[in-house]
Unconditional design. Structure first.
Length: 142
């Protein structure tokens, strides 16, 4: 993500925000299925690359690794039509769950290690945010 992970404050939030234009571009080129596929591919690469980073730096879930936020934010955005409002809601919900770490996000953050641990808590947070958006859209016909 071009060094976003090395920003001194909130690198995960900045990476999630930087993912929004990527999602809009993917939506234009391949629709929401393309966004979802990109999120899955990035998550798989992130598990592999995260394991290498964790092994090399001997640290778990380092803040400078933001590929997890990119993959998870794409997962959320694949669940909704990309209007300005829905994109901002999806962004806000994902960041809320990623920072707050409710169960099972917190469980994954504390118990999974290596590249899988780097990716999984964020992917669960993204899945929760995406599911909440889908339920709200169905309930409120938005």
């Amino acid at each position: 993500m071009g060094g976003i992970g090395h920003l001194p404050k909130a690198p995960g939030t900045w990476a999630s925000l930087a993912t929004l234009p990527l999602a809009w571009l993917l939506d234009q080129l391949a629709g929401r299925a393309g966004i979802a596929l990109a999120g899955i591919v990035i998550a798989l690469i992130g598990i592999w690359a995260g394991q290498i980073y964790v092994d090399h730096h001997r640290t778990e879930d380092p803040a400078e690794v933001v590929v997890d936020e990119v993959a998870a934010q794409l997962l959320v955005l694949a669940t909704l039509p990309l209007t300005l409002f829905s994109t901002l809601v999806g962004f806000a919900l994902f960041r809320l769950f990623d920072i707050w770490k409710p169960w099972p996000v917190g469980w994954a953050d504390q118990n999974l290690k290596g590249g899988l641990g780097v990716m999984t808590d964020d992917m669960i947070a993204g899945g929760m945010a995406g599911a909440l958006v889908v339920v709200a859209r169905l309930a409120f016909h938005i």
